[in-house]
Design a protein around this ligand. Structure first.
Ligand code: ADP
Ligand code: ZN
Ligand code: ZN
Length: 763
């Protein structure tokens, strides 16, 4: 029997899903599978080219003798690539994209511009140290050295050719500078990792010396130090359980629910060590925001140059190189944000996802994949362990643990023994009734004053995340919600209130439908107003503000945090930016000014996000030796997201939230899929979205799925592109996949969609 294969070639250049058919030679029949990487003759002169097998068929589209034959399956280092291609095909089918989009997301591909410089000269000093050195060279009239240092201050890594060529630096000079520890000469592989570290250090803005990297090596020699801290009982039992089941394919998914500071990182390190001891490799995903020098350096201390890091500031060529090092076995551990999931290791042993609840694990470009779900798929394909960790697990992750699909570990204590902060909830309705119209409650004001008196620091956090302009009553706390979707309505400029799921509208209310008061309206406080108020109320306080406005400059962000960290201010006012990943030991008070803003964000995850933010913000207080206090200000003090965050009781929150999700059929109880439509032409968009809704409704009738919308997205226009969305709900996610597939076909054949983009997103 003759077999044929559809092959996609050269994913770095082509723009479309163009496949070519090849004959499968007899020797490969039975072995060749979709996903395999093969070598085929291509183009003029039959150049040997790499291709990806998408499909194997028994029919050819033209006379078989006209087809060329596959030369061979790439087996040497491409084993991982075949598995990754299979993963890409799964992503294409599950999330919806072209094959090319999926392959490009998953496979490392070299861009045309990518040129690997073989030898390089890199600066090893911090900016300050280098400036001092430069001064010194100038005073001594060592002009060649000064010239090189000037160039390196501009560009911290220079190609060898440039240094010896246009800069005219001689080999003896380079040797001398290298011996003094000023520069590092070498092949790219050698400097590349420190270059990533340097970038991180610049970003996080602390002046840790490069020596830390060297010490990582020394520490290893001194006995046992590379093993890190001694694990406590909780930590050890997690490591023991997972290592004990390492070779058991039926146990492969784990969730570590550990309060902030419980020592999850030490557990991750030990698990990575376990993989390495077995000759396997490890991937650790962390949110971009936690990719700070301090965090990454801990891993360097432990694993030295066996690790590499991905970072959004790496150039495509640098990324490609990191993947290449992984593929060839140069490194064993990859740390990075969601795309690090696709590191092409040959023998992947474990994937760890830290801060698993973070929304940055969802990609916003097609295919709109969720790294947690995709990691699960990759782990299954490659027989690797998957470990999720969080202080505030996503409902999805906890639901899986509850239903036995993964194993749950709970860590309840801070590893350093410190106490969790004590939390007070203040009822802002009561403040108003008692005549306090200020943004600050009396309790919070008193506590700020006492911190000022004792020289401790305060963080004031305005939770604007997902704020969509809801309307609430300041007297009774009532929030106006969509009668169909149980999410809050958003107030628009035209004075109407709109639901972003179903498009329901009503005029803005002038009186509260609950209590009849006229204290009803949108919430208007911004960080600027809070800063002004704080300055008025506490004239002696030094105040810093951190939000999108004050952090415009390249370093604005780091500069403010550094200054606060050095104790140059008493109070830091900010948005959610200030909540994550920063340790300020002198902060003993955290005030959360509007818990309600995220609670009424107008989407079904609002309560989950609120619980998460309140818990994480509370975790900022009392990281040092003094105990911390947290004040949560809210108009809805009895809301379960607020009360359970105050009590630091995740299971209580989970139970309530699951009731709501079940009642409304939202994930993880039911499946939900969004269809995001966008176009530069609002009329065409409206028509297309309506047609799409009609088509999907017809399909939905067949499957008994529920269709909601179309409605404007919460941000209805970005860069002159108008946006609408449609939602489909069904308890079985496979039904959603079928609806997606049929809808994709409908869009493809329907010319009305040529000016309208439709993207699918699994919720
Ligand atoms: P998490 O990632 O859970 O928030 P970390 O791993 O950052 O927590 O640990 C918090 C602090 O506790 C760190 O300073 C860490 O060095 C320390 N720590 C972790 N494990 C131990 C242990 N077994 N003994 C003593 N200190 C520990
Ligand atoms: Zn009211
Ligand atoms: Zn609605």
């Amino acid at each position: 029997m003759e077999l044929f294969a559809d092959i996609i070639i050269d994913i770095s250049h082509s723009r479309l899903d163009q496949t070519f058919q090849y004959r499968v030679p007899e020797a490969l029949q039975g072995t060749l599978e979709p996903g395999n990487v093969v070598e085929v003759p291509f183009g003029r002169g039959d150049r040997r080219t790499k291709g990806y097998v998408l499909r194997i068929t028994e029919y050819s589209s033209c006379p078989p003798e006209k087809l060329k034959e596959i030369l061979r399956i790439e087996t040497d280092l491409a084993g991982s690539e075949s598995k990754l291609t299979a993963l890409a095909l799964w992503m294409r089918d599950y999330y919806g994209s072209t094959t090319l989009q999926a392959l490009r997301t998953v496979l490392p591909f070299r861009q045309r511009a990518a040129q690997k410089t073989k030898r390089t000269v890199a600066l090893r000093l911090s900016g300050e140290e280098a400036a001092e050195k430069l001064d010194f060279f100038r005073r001594k009239h060592q002009t060649a050295r000064a010239r090189l240092l000037e160039a390196l201050l501009e560009e911290s890594v220079l190609p060898w050719e440039v240094v010896t060529g246009s800069l005219k630096i001689t080999a003896p000079v380079l040797r001398a500078l290298e011996e003094q520890g000023v520069i590092l000469c070498g092949a790219e592989q050698v400097y590349r990792t420190p270059a990533v570290l340097r970038m991180l250090r610049e970003e996080s803005g602390d002046g840790l010396p490069d020596k830390a990297v060297q010490e990582a090596g020394n520490e290893k020699e001194s006995s046992g130090a590379s093993r890190g801290v001694r694990l406590n009982e909780e930590q050890q039992s997690i490591v023991d359980t997972i290592s004990g089941e390492w070779d058991d394919p039926s146990c492969c998914r784990y969730l570590i629910h550990g309060v902030t500071g419980s020592g999850k990182t030490a557990v991750y390190m030990e698990l990575i060590e376990t993989a390495l001891e077995r000759g396997q490799q490890a991937i650790l995903l962390i949110p971009e925001i936690s990719l700070t020098y301090q965090n990454v350096i801990r891993f360097y201390h432990r694993f030295g140059d066996r690790i590499s890091i991905l970072h959004s500031r790496l150039s495509p060529a640098e990324r490609y190189d990191q993947f290449e090092r992984a593929r060839t076995g140069d490194i064993d551990v990859m740390i990075g944000p969601r795309s690090a999931l696709f590191t092409p290791f040959q023998r992947l042993g474990i994937i760890i996802i830290d801060e698993e609840h973070e929304s940055s694990y969802r990609s916003e470009t097609v295919p709109r994949y969720d790294a947690r779900v995709t990691a699960q798929k990759r782990a299954a394909l490659e027989g690797a362990k998957l470990v999720l960790g969080s202080a505030t697990p996503s409902l999805e992750a906890y639901f899986e643990a509850e239903s036995g699909q993964s194993r749950l570990f709970t860590m309840t204590r801070r590893a350093t023994g410190g106490a969790l902060p004590s939390v007070t909830v203040t009822d802002m309705r009561g403040e108003l009734r008692d005549g306090n119209r200020s943004i600050l409650s009396r309790t919070l004001s008193e506590k700020i004053r006492s911190r000022l008196d004792s020289g401790q620091q305060t963080m004031l956090f305005l939770n604007r995340r997902g704020y969509s302009g809801f309307v609430s009553c300041r007297l009774c706390g009532h929030v106006i919600k969509c009668p169909h979707c149980d999410v809050s309505l958003s107030l628009h400029r035209n004075g109407r209130m709109i639901c972003h799921y179903c498009g329901y509208e009503q005029p803005a209310a002038a009186v509260c439908p609950q209590c009849g008061s006229t204290y009803i309206g949108g919430f208007r406080a911004g960080t600027q107003q809070i800063e002004d108020l704080v300055r008025q109320s506490f004239p002696q306080a030094r105040v810093l503000r951190m939000d999108a406005d004050t952090t415009r400059g390249k370093d604005g962000h780091a500069e403010i945090l550094r200054s606060f960290g050095r104790g140059e201010a008493d109070i830091l006012v900010g948005t959610q930016m200030i909540v994550k990943g920063h340790d300020f030991p002198r902060v003993t008070l955290v005030g959360i000014l509007a818990a309600d803003l995220s609670l009424n964000a107008g989407d079904y995850r609002a309560a989950e996000r609120t619980f998460e933010l309140l818990t994480q913000a509370a975790g900022r207080a009392g990281r040092g030796s003094q105990a911390g206090e947290v004040v949560i200000q809210t108009y809805l003090p009895e809301n379960y997201a607020v009360t359970s965050a105050a009590a630091q009781d995740y299971p209580a929150f989970y139970r309530e939230e699951m009731r709501y999700r079940a009642l409304s059929g939202y994930p993880p109880v039911g499946g939900m899929m969004a269809l995001h439509c966008s176009s530069g032409d609002p009329e065409q968009l409206a028509v297309a979205a309506e047609y799409l809704a009609q088509f999907v409704r017809k399909l939905a009738g067949r499957y008994q799925a529920v269709v909601i919308g179309p409605a404007d997205e919460s941000v209805a226009k970005i860069n002159d592109i108008y946006r609408k969305a449609l939602y489909v709900k069904h308890p079985d996610v496979r039904v959603l996949t079928s609806i997606k597939n049929l809808t994709e076909q409908y869009i493809e054949i329907n010319t009305g969609f040529q000016t309208v983009r439709v993207q699918f997103e699994r919720q």
